[in-house]
Design a protein around this ligand. Structure first.
Ligand code: ZN
Length: 461
C-alpha cells in the first residue's frame, strides 16, 4: 500500500523545494521535486496544498514518568501529545520509579512502550556513583547513551564522586548526556535565600536559587573532564550565555562536545516567573535573563548549540503551586515545540525553517546515531509531519488534550492538563503526523488504531 504526498513544501538537509514523497508501507520510497513520473494505481494521494513537509521531530529529552509516576503522566498520554505536536520519536530520561539505572529497568520501560507508545522510543540509562560497571557492559544499539545528573540530585542519581566521573568519562565511548548544575552552589544559594526571605521565598527567585554560577561551575567541570579523556559529552538544556564560551560553532559532525537548549529558554525570561501563573515556568535549570535568551537564539543560528529538545516534564497543576521551594520544577513541551520553533522563523533575522529541521530532526538523529530516521531520504522510515502556516491563534490549557478524540481514546488524556505557553499565539499548526508510514495524528485527533511505533535502533559507537 503506497501513499503519495504531493504539492508539499519539503524542507530537508538545508533545502526547501516544492515536491512529493511516496511512502511504501513503513518506509520512504521516493522523494523528489514536482510530481513523480509514475504513480501506482492503488496509491492513496494526499494534496499538501503547499504545506511544509518535514522529517518528524526527534525529541531527545523527555520525562514521560512511567513507570512509577503515572499520576503525572504516562508513555501513552505523552506520546499522544507528542505525535499531535509533530514529534515522531522520543528519548526518555531515567528518573522514573524505579530509576532506569539498570538494563532491567530500561527493558521494563521498553516493554511498556512497546504496548502503549504512539511514537518511536528510546530510553537512557542513568549513571550513579556505583553502577559504572553495569553501564559499561550495556548494549548501546538499543540504548541512546548515559544520562548523568552531575551535581543535581534526582533520586539516587547524583554522581558526585570524582573517581566515578573519571571512570565513566575515560571508559565509556558513547554519548554522555549531562544535566549540569552544581549542587554545592545551589545549597549555598538556598541558605542565603532562607536567611533573607524565609522558607516561603517567592518562586520568582528561582534563577537566584539555581543560579547561573551553578550551571557554569558544573558545565565547566564536565567540559574539563571530557577534554581530558576526549569523551563524547552532550550538555543538556543550556540556559545561560556564560556556558556558550565552552562550545564550538559549526556542524555537528566531528564535535566531541555538543549542546542542547529548549524552547522555554528561547521564549521566556526570569521575569515571566513573576507574572500570573509564573510558577508554571519553574524548571531546572532556571530560566535566566533576557540577555541569555538572546544569546541562546544567536547560538542556535551560529551552530554553537546543536539540538533543540523540550525537557518535557509534566506535573499535576496542584504540584506546581506554592513558593520557591514547594512548587515542582518542570513543564510539558512536546505538543507545542515544533509550532513554537517554526513561529520563531517568522521573526526577522531569526532561525530559518531549514535550521529548525536541523536542530529538531537531523542533528538529534546524527548525534545519537539513530538508525534510518531524522531525514527525508529514500529507504528511511516514513516519520513525517505536515505543518501549515495559519492565522495566529491563542494557546489555551484546553489545547493540551484537544487531540484526545474518540471515547476509547480517553486514556490518552494527560493528567498534566496545563501549558506554560497558555496565552501565547501560534501561527503554525500540525496537519498530519506519520509514524512509520501510518497516520498517527490527522490534524484533529490522535489515531490509536494506527499505532505503529518501534524501539529506536542506535548505530554502534
Ligand atoms: Zn530533563
Amino acid at each position: 500500500m503506497k501513499t503519495l504526498i504531493f504539492n508539499a513544501c519539503i524542507v530537508n538537509e538545508g533545502r526547501k523545494f516544492n515536491g512529493y514523497v511516496v511512502i511504501d508501507d513503513e518506509f520512504i520510497h521516493e522523494v523528489g521535486e514536482g510530481m513523480p513520473s509514475v504513480v501506482a494505481e492503488d496509491t492513496t494521494k494526499i494534496d499538501a496544498e503547499g504545506a511544509l513537509l518535514l522529517p518528524g521531530v526527534i525529541d531527545t529529552h523527555v520525562h514521560f514518568r512511567e513507570p512509577g509516576l503515572t499520576h503525572k503522566a504516562s508513555i501513552a498520554t505523552e506520546s499522544a501529545a507528542a505525535v499531535a505536536g509533530g514529534v515522531t520519536s522520543f528519548l526518555d530520561m531515567p528518573n522514573t520509579a524505579p530509576a532506569a539505572t539498570t538494563v532491567e529497568v530500561v527493558d521494563l520501560k521498553k516493554s511498556i512502550a512497546a504496548e502503549t507508545s504512539l511514537a518511536n522510543y528510546g530510553f537512557f540509562i542513568g549513571a550513579t556513583n556505583s553502577n559504572i560497571d553495569q553501564l559499561l557492559a550495556a548494549d548501546y544499539t538499543s540504548i541512546p547513551g548515559v544520562k548523568l545528573f552531575m551535581g543535581s540530585s534526582t533520586g539516587n542519581m547524583l554522581v558526585d564522586r570524582r573517581e566515578a566521573l573519571d571512570r565513566l568519562f575515560s571508559e565509556f565511548k558513547g554519548v554522555i548526556a549531562v544535566h549540569a548544575e552544581d549542587e554545592a552552589t545551589i545549597a549555598e544559594n538556598r541558605e542565603k535565600i532562607i536567611n533573607q526571605y524565609g522558607e516561603d521565598a517567592p518562586v520568582a527567585m528561582h534563577s537566584q536559587f539555581r543560579s547561573r554560577e551553578a550551571c557554569m561551575r558544573s558545565s565547566q567541570l564536565a567540559v574539563e573532564i571530557a577534554r581530558k579523556y576526549d569523551s563524547r559529552l552532550h550538555i543538556l538544556h543550556i540556559s545561560t550565555a556564560d556556558e556558550l564560551s565552552m562550545l564550538a560553532s559549526g556542524p555537528l559532525e566531528g564535535k566531541r562536545i555538543t549542546a542542547e537548549t529548549c524552547p522555554h529558554y528561547l521564549i521566556f525570561t526570569a521575569e515571566d516567573l513573576n507574572a500570573e501563573r509564573g510558577y508554571l515556568r519553574k524548571c531546572n535549570p532556571a530560566i535566566k535573563e533576557a540577555s541569555d535568551r538572546k544569546a541562546l537564539a544567536e547560538a542556535l543560528a551560529s551552530d554553537l548549540i546543536d539540538v533543540v529538545a523540550t525537557d518535557h516534564a509534566p506535573h499535576l497543576f496542584a504540584d506546581k503551586q506554592g513558593s520557591l521551594f514547594k512548587a515542582a520544577s518542570g513543564m510539558p513541551g512536546v505538543k507545542f515545540s515544533l509550532p513554537l520553533m517554526l513561529d520563531m522563523t517568522l521573526q526577522s533575522g531569526a532561525l530559518t525553517v531549514e535550521q529548525v529541521v536541523e536542530k529538531m530532526a537531523h542533528n538529534p538523529a546524527q548525534l545519537y546515531g539513530i538508525d534510518h530516521r531524522g531525514f527525508i531520504r529514500s529507504g528511511y522510515y516514513a516519520d513525517l509531519v505536515l505543518v501549515a502556516q495559519t492565522e495566529s491563534k491563542k494557546i489555551t490549557d484546553a489545547d493540551v488534550n484537544s487531540h484526545v478524540g474518540s471515547a476509547d481514546a480517553q486514556q490518552l488524556a494527560s493528567p498534566c492538563d496545563w501549558t506554560p505557553y497558555s496565552g501565547l499565539h501560534l501561527s503554525h499548526r500540525v496537519l498530519t503526523t506519520f509514524v512509520n508510514g501510518r497516520v498517527a495524528f490527522d490534524g484533529q485527533y490522535v489515531i490509536p488504531a494506527n499505532r505503529n511505533a518501534r524501539a529506536l535502533q542506535f548505530n554502534a559507537k
